[in-house]
Design a protein around this ligand. Structure first.
Ligand code: PLP
Length: 540
């Protein structure tokens, strides 16, 4: 039987991976602040330990209750009833599967964890439906607004003004190459104390992703195309963040502070631990695995956030065997796990059918290294300095050995990725997207005798063009028939659905053609253009 009262309640605190923060902070502050002073990442001082019985018993609860239980066990500094109610908002009918993260048994010992039942049909919803509700509750708490449970206000990083960072509202700025922007818009839309503006590269996102963003509903949201590539876009948004005069002006004139809510925020990582706990409980309950027996997991990896959730799930007690890290042709992580050397000094960025994994600097790896070194902040500072100055770092022998104890890794070429979509469809009548295909292939190559859980991070319809190429033997990057590009953004996926009997298309994708385009503005890629776009929207 699981109830909060079985556990002594405590409030966990947070330290940072580079050791610059002298005083611990709390969950609510860590998520508002996002990144620690000095560039380190927040991690909880104490990791809870869940017993096998406790994990298995979670299988009887619905997902929002499982999530609330795990947040409590991590010592989140909010009262139980508030956590419960926020989790009900985060994981309810906004997902089109009652299980939230259901598992498909594709073969006797290959299971697929479907993380795409949320409003934007990609796994980032699991974190971005959750973080924003906690973000606005955290501001309420820090302000002491109408809540008897609020502690005395203390202040963080307010050296300049002495003002509390919680008296203003927040403006979230996001530079996106596709999935994150839409998931962040859906998560923050109409949330208290927050506004969000998303910048995407013109011509650099898929038709579906573009339409998803430009039709976004909500009164606190805006979307701009940037005349440049994703790098230009990200560089300019970062420059706006670091522009002190701009920040001062926003605070003075609009009472707004900037935040990024990006994937290094602990408030995005904690929700990614939950679905691994939930998946194991679900598999035991269904009889897919005996309680206590190990399963391997295989994760299509970019920024190392999703797979790090699996690592932490194992640390707190879930019987996970090997963690299989799957890369696409941007294989810096697979190479790192196989050699102990992280090297981007001469690595070219490659375009792949799995764009959400097209990444060179995997920011969440820093947390993993912190844990593997026994939380050695000095080592982390050294490696991060090396990376910054030389584009590479090499971990010591002990750390490398620990890495190898937990992880195996491999990478998949663009052609093999599409081939895998076709093979899996033909063998199992189950359609997967290109990100999931990368994981499937790596699982096939690296699996042990354990059952394997392949993590599926997007619905196939989100990447319909490459799924179509895969099913029709068209090579990556080659053009497809023009008739499809003229049938609106959903023409192609409707065709695939009808031809391949591919199950239903998530309603928000199916309806995209009928949605009104609300955001048509573009701006240049200079930081001044970005700042002007922000102000133009605020003045509307
Ligand atoms: C973001 C994303 C990934 C990569 O996840 P990380 O946490 O960055 O490793 C994989 N697949 C899809 C569809 C994504 O949106």
């Amino acid at each position: 039987m699981i109830s909060a009262s079985n556990f002594k309640e405590y409030i966990n605190t947070y330290i940072d991976t580079r050791g610059f923060t002298t005083e611990d902070t709390t969950f609510t502050r860590a998520i508002i602040q996002g990144i620690a002073l000095g560039g380190g990442l927040f991690v909880p001082r104490v990791l809870p330990k869940l017993s096998l019985e406790e994990i298995v018993a979670l299988g009887d609860l619905r997902y929002s209750k499982q999530a609330a239980h795990i947040f409590r066990r991590f010592g989140v500094d909010l009262p139980d009833d508030i956590i419960d109610s926020l989790m009900t908002q985060a994981y309810g009918e906004n997902f089109d599967a009652p299980a939230i993260a259901p598992i498909a048994a594709v073969t006797e010992d290959t299971f697929v964890l479907e993380l795409w039942h949320g409003p934007t049909s990609a796994f980032k919803d699991l974190a971005l439906q959750c973080l924003p509700v906690f973000f606005s509750a955290a501001i309420d708490k820090q302000r002491g607004a109408d809540h008897s449970w609020s502690p005395a206000k203390e202040s963080i990083s307010t050296a300049d003004t002495g003002a509390s960072p919680y008296d203003s509202d927040y403006l979230i700025l996001v530079a996106t190459s596709g999935d994150t922007g839409k998931a962040a818009l859906e998560g923050f839309k109409d949330r208290n104390h927050t506004n969000i503006i998303v910048f995407y590269p013109n011509g650099g996102v898929s038709d579906i992703q573009l339409r998803q963003m430009t039709t976004q509903l909500g009164n606190n949201v805006a979307v701009f195309g940037v005349d440049g590539n994703f790098d230009d876009c990200q560089t300019a948004v970062k420059a706006a963040f670091n522009d002190k005069d701009f920040n001062d002006m926003l605070l003075e004139k609009y009472n707004l502070r900037l935040s990024s809510a990006n994937s290094i925020n602990w408030g995005r990582l904690l929700p990614q631990i939950i679905y691994y706990v939930s998946a194991y409980a679900q598999m035991v309950k269904r009889g897919d695995v005996a309680a206590g027996s190990e399963i391997d997991v295989c994760v299509p990896t970019g920024n190392f956030g999703n797979i790090l959730g699996a690592y932490y799930a194992a640390e707190i007690g879930v019987p996970l065997g090997r963690l299989l890290c799957a890369s696409n042709e941007n294989r810096v992580l697979a190479d790192f796990i196989n050699t102990g050397v992280y090297d981007i000094s001469e690595r070219a960025f490659v375009l792949t059918p799995s764009p959400s994994m097209d990444i060179l600097v995997s920011s969440n790896l820093e947390r993993q290294l912190f844990e593997l070194t026994g939380r050695n902040a000095e080592a982390i500072r050294g490696w991060m300095d090396d990376l910054k100055t030389t584009g590479r770092f090499q971990v010591d022998k002990d750390t490398f050995a620990k890495l190898r104890q937990n992880y195996s890794a491999d990478w998949v070429s663009n052609a093999d990725c599409l081939q895998t979509i076709r093979e899996v469809y033909e063998a199992h009548n189950y359609l997967i997207d290109p990100h999931t295909a990368v994981a499937w292939k790596v699982a096939e190559r690296l699996r042990s005798t354990n059952p394997v859980l392949v993590v599926s991070t997007a619905h196939w319809a989100k990447f319909g063009t490459d799924v179509y190429r895969a099913l029709n033997g068209i090579k990556p990057g080659e053009p497809i028939e023009e008739s499809f590009t003229q049938a609106g953004v959903t023409g192609l996926i409707e065709h695939i659905k009808a031809t391949y009997n591919a199950g239903s298309i998530p309603a928000p994708l199916a309806e995209l053609n009928n949605m009104e385009v609300r955001f048509k503005d573009s701006c240049g890629y200079d930081v001044e253009d970005i700042k002007a776009a922000v102000v133009s929207w605020l003045d509307k």
